[in-house]
Design a binder for this molecule. Sequence first.
Ligand SMILES: Cc1cc2nc3c(=O)[nH]c(=O)nc-3n(C[C@H](O)[C@H](O)[C@H](O)COP(=O)(O)OP(=O)(O)OC[C@H]3O[C@@H](n4cnc5c(N)ncnc54)[C@H](O)[C@@H]3O)c2cc1C
Length: 293
Amino acid sequence: MQTYVRDLLAGEGPSFSFEFFPPKSDEGERVLWRAIRELRPLQPTFVDVTYGAGGSTRDRTLRVVERIARETDIPVVAHLTCTGTSVDEVRAVLRSLGEAGIRNILALRGDPPGGASSPWEAHEEGFHHAEELVRLVHEEGDFCVGVGAFPELHPESADRDTDIGFFARKVSAGADFAITQFFFDPADYFRLASDVRDHGCEVPIIPGIMPVTNLSSIERMAELSGAAFPTDLGERLRAVADDPAKVRAIGVEVATELCRELLDGGAPGIHFYTLNRSTATREIYTNLHPGHA
Ligand SMILES: Cc1cc2nc3c(=O)[nH]c(=O)nc-3n(C[C@H](O)[C@H](O)[C@H](O)COP(=O)(O)OP(=O)(O)OC[C@H]3O[C@@H](n4cnc5c(N)ncnc54)[C@H](O)[C@@H]3O)c2cc1C
């Protein structure tokens, strides 16, 4: 039986966790499993697997999550979304996950199928907000539930107070922990953590870190997610744009510094958006744990 992430987060020391996405091809599957094998020695607190916009990866997400649970001893979190799906379909997915022994779900509203910049529409027999999904997950089984959080606010939010208020409702609905969207300024994370505490929420909020290994793809992802990409980092990276090794080295250095500031300031752990690659994550982890070979 898998361990609950809330229990792991209550343990000693910061957590380290790694996000993967379900691959589309056999070659992608090999790349993913190489990354899992290479990250395994870091003894991750948990790993998680994304759910494609509109449930487009439902079967692949379930397959990867179930295989991780079956073939490794790493606790796994399955992402689940409300996009383009009825409540009955969500119930069926939860049943499959429960039968496979999965105990941890990241309950999200989901990105629109057309990408994060297009408008989001609820399914006619579905949910409108992650809060409703959090409730359903608890109703359907004995799951530990995580939710998303946004240090720079969710792009559709009217204002800060409203956004934090909706986050607090997800916690009241039963969220046990949260993972943030990636960001580059630690002040954004600490402000979110403090605002959330002011609303009486004590759940661990794990900062999500996206190491920069490729300038154009990170700029595109930052634009889609609404994260502000720092101008000075962009300039440093553009100055070495024709040398991928130098771009990566700067990305690893900057991410290491960000992780250090977050941990020193009391963040409960670090969540890496790995994009199914292990090298940058391993380098940052080693920088943070100098004794680790
Ligand atoms: C860690 C993490 C992992 C992610 N993984 C995936 C993934 O696997 N697949 C995927 O498709 N997307 C994923 N996303 C993206 C996420 O689905 C989108 O950012 C989505 O737009 C918001 O999801 P949410 O769960 O925060 O939604 P919600 O909490 O529902 O919030 C969405 C918007 O509605 C507002 N709101 C919330 N509750 C209410 C309410 N009760 N009434 C009115 N307004 C409300 C919020 O302020 C916000 O503006 C992930 C995001 C994060 C942070």
